[in-house]
Design a protein around this ligand. Structure first.
Ligand code: 5IU
Length: 275
């Protein structure tokens, strides 16, 4: 099978296909820092999450959060995360997985304790409710220059986001236009070459990445960076426990992030035919 055309274009050269400021920022950072690694800091203490970010921030293009799992969430957390995002040059991705009607998600995005739209560059949504979910989030996020990913596929065993569901999710994003929807969380290039036009560029981000484990006891399934980037054409690999969960203390976490960055970047160079 011939490679997906998008995967043959360097990240920096794909910037011109985007108008969304967050998409442009992600591609610029990936090129500048030579990293397609996103770290997922799924710890229950915001203080600890910031410590992980300080350690691995230099190795990643993106920090992914689940702000609702922090026991000690405060606006001071997001202020410090924002400060670190500027100092260490990464994008913030709150993995909120919105899944309600447009009116409700616009409130969940802008309001409540977390006020996600005020600090997160990128967020994501299920396509289950229909296109109103994009419209609701866009109303809040587009004026702020934020970006949205739709969930086209999941890494967990038995996911129902397959086949026709995935195809319709892609179509929903395409119909919405790329001002706000900049790509997908998926395990494959769900933007099939025959469905996209010239310069129609989407970012595919894949969670479920591990160099050691093959999965967990709750249905998570891991692939290697090479499987994701070379074989499946993902643009960004998302790693959680593989990095922050490594044994050996602070230095081990830092060097594990570098190990994943190197593996992800090497795979990217391989797919470009640079080696
Ligand atoms: N995540 C997945 N799979 C998915 C989606 C999101 O694992 O299909 I959508 C999230 C869940 C977790 C992170 O925050 O990505 C992966 O963490 P581990 O690398 O620790 O499994």
């Amino acid at each position: 099978m011939s490679p997906h055309p998008t995967t043959l274009i360097p990240y920096a050269e794909r910037i011109k296909f985007h108008t969304n400021p967050t998409a442009i920022k992600i591609l610029e950072i990936m090129d500048r820092k030579k990293t397609n690694l996103a770290v997922s800091v799924d710890v229950t203490s915001a203080k600890e999450a910031l410590e992980v970010v300080r350690r691995v921030g230099a190795s990643v293009c993106m920090v992914k959060t689940h702000c609702d799992i922090f026991e000690d969430f405060t606006p001071a957390f997001t202020e410090e995360l924002l400060r670190l995002s500027k100092e260490l040059d990464f994008v913030i991705f709150e993995d909120r997985k919105f899944a309600d009607i447009g009116n409700t998600v616009s409130l969940q995005y802008s309001s409540g304790i977390h006020k996600i739209s005020t600090w997160s560059d990128l967020t994501n949504a299920h396509s289950v409710p229909g296109p109103g979910i994009i419209a609701g989030l866009s109303k809040v996020g587009l004026p702020l220059g934020r970006g949205l990913l739709l969930l086209g596929e999941m890494s967990s065993a038995g996911s129902l986001a397959v086949g026709g569901y995935t195809e319709q999710t892609f179509k929903m994003a395409q119909d919405a236009g790329r001002e706000f929807v900049i790509g997908f969380i998926a395990q494959n290039r769900i933007d099939k070459p025959e469905k996209i036009g010239e310069g129609e560029d989407y970012l595919i981000m894949s969670p479920g990445v591990g160099l050691s484990a093959k999965g967990d006891s709750l249905g998570q399934q891991y692939r290697t960076p090479r499987e994701c980037v070379v074989e499946s054409g993902a643009d960004v690999i998302i790693v959680g426990r593989g990095i922050y969960g490594v044994e050996g203390g602070e230095e081990a976490v830092k060097s594990e992030a570098e190990r994943y960055r190197e593996a992800g970047w090497k795979a990217y160079e391989e797919r470009l035919g640079r080696k």
